[in-house]
Design a protein around this ligand. Sequence first.
Ligand code: C2E
Ligand code: MG
Ligand code: MG
Length: 658
Amino acid sequence: MRTDTASISVLRDRLHRLWRGATAGILRRRRAEAVDPTELLREKVIAIRPIVRGLCGVVGSYYCLIFVSHFFYEKGIALPVLASLAGVTALICFSLLFVYTKKTESLTRLEITGLCINLLMYSNVVTYQSLHFEPAKLIYFVLLTLVYATSGASLRVVLPSSFLAISTMYILAHSAGFPVLKQHIWVGIAGIFTAFGMAGIMRATIFRSVHARVVAEKHRREAQILAHFDALTGLPNRRSFFVELEKVIEGRRKGGSFDLALIDLDGFKPINDIYGHSVGDALLIEVGHRLRACVGKDGTVARLGGDEFALILKGARSDEALRQFGALVCDNLRETYLLGGGVAANISASVGFVHSDADEMTGSQLLERADYALYYAKQNLRGAPVVFSAKHETEMRDFGLIDQTLRSSNLEREMYIVYQPQVDLATQSTVSFEALARWESEKLGAVRPDIFIRAAERSGLISDITLILLRKSLVAVKSWPSHLRVSFNLSARDLRSTRAIGRICETVLASGIDPTRIEFEVTETAMLTDFDQAVEALARLKSMGCRIALDDFGSGYSSFSYIHRLPADKIKIDRSFVTQLLKHDSAQKIIKTIIDLCGNLSLDHVIEGVETEAELKRLREVGARYIQGYYFAKPMRAEEVAGYLTKEYGTATLREAV
Ligand code: C2E
Ligand code: MG
Ligand code: MG
């Protein structure tokens, strides 16, 4: 019994699902085939118009012929009556053809035209029959019905006309006596059936093909919209952006000018990851609205993909005006987003501008420059606009040269590491060395690390360079006393790639060095590019036993709000605070606050860039413990480390002796 109930409910479930699937399919198809009724009607009129106008032409010509023929066959009163009726019919037909229905898109006009012609044909036949009744010619009424059925604009025209014709035929046949009526009864019925059958089939065929054409046109238009507009924000997509860019470049040749901007959102990915894609989507839509409101009618806003947007601003603007506009855009995008479901999100945006310039730059050259300005904004001034300048042009060219040289050089031979000690003030001894990359290029000479590292990050060569440098550092560490650690800098790119992190882990394991002696330094900006991915990468390094230090703390966002989410062991307080230390009291207070917070969060701290005794004194006052800077030692070659340590231990021994 229970089995029966169970199988019935399974069957019911299955049927229900089948029904839902089927109805969903039908609904989907209906939705796909649903068209705008006005458009459908317009297309129907266009399809019927040639039939109705064709009828005007044919009937007009026919009655011209009849008009002439009446002069041969008619006499007496019949001649003027029939001839004038035929003449008027022909005239009205031609005026309907050449005036009333010409280019018309109105169904009513076509219906009126059809009715007019039907009535005229009808009057000609009825008048003829009333003047000299010929039962044999009653068949003309059936012919009329066929003509009405095949040419009528709508059933509203076909039905009354046909009924009028057939009933007149019956009345006339009846007046001629029962045998004539009997003869015509079935002819009339057959006529009616044929007429309506023909009318129905023809109309259905025409309307079906019209509907299919309208649906196809709708799909074509939708496909076109999809091809040119971003489905989420409704903004022009990448493809339309490039078309528009080519257009304004073409306009520039005729004296027009414009500015180009690339915009990248900062902090979008975490929102997408934390709240889900629907919230992320809502945010992107709102960003689109805000950008459109900022730009107004003066330009184009496009979504290039992901969280990247582009603007084309028509007209000439000064650098200052552009910067002000950029600040407005950044301020607008920074305002809190209320995204439904109680989600309030905050992001910022970096903007890179380039003027269209008199240099006749191509679209891709302009984009390259806007991209550089954006990159510059992201690296140095997050959440702010940067206008591409002559300084950036030189930098970019240098970057190009450095990039090419990096690719064509033997980096294994040309790159080396220098080591800068980090000293523990409590014990006056070195606890660690930061490994700093150096490149003595055979072609370019010595290249500054921040420059070649940035070039390598842009070109994607950084992961290979990181491995070369890490291997070299780990070889050096082998010869150091076992209590000394090495601090190695990672770039944002290293953190973003699972493969790169995997290779770093392999290198650490292959070196045979105790991973607890290795500390990886990452900057705040590197963390913020893709926070979750970076946290995951750091967790992998940490799971091997390596330590993590947050580099240059204070130079960017300096936000403690996310530090507890980081697997960090140490904070490196940026050199910029030390340079301000003797000038502003506030710098000392800030350093103290950071040191105290580190203490509360059980994090180590190290202060970078200490150069003088006076700075060191101030730092001691606020409880600083670990120091790195020229005061203790400049970065030194691997071969010099042993000498430095001997000196330090010697001093220590001396100190102990004293
Ligand atoms: P960083 O990691 O913040 O390194 C500290 C920088 O401060 C080093 O510059 C160091 O020489 C400098 N410095 C240390 N003490 C003092 C001081 O007392 N006064 C002054 N004026 N400067 C001091 P360096 O070697 O030019 O490196 C610059 C940046 O390049 C590094 O900043 C780091 O971000 C990057 N970098 C260096 N080596 C590597 C590397 O192997 N990989 C990666 N990804 N980045 C690296
Ligand atoms: Mg560092
Ligand atoms: Mg640093």
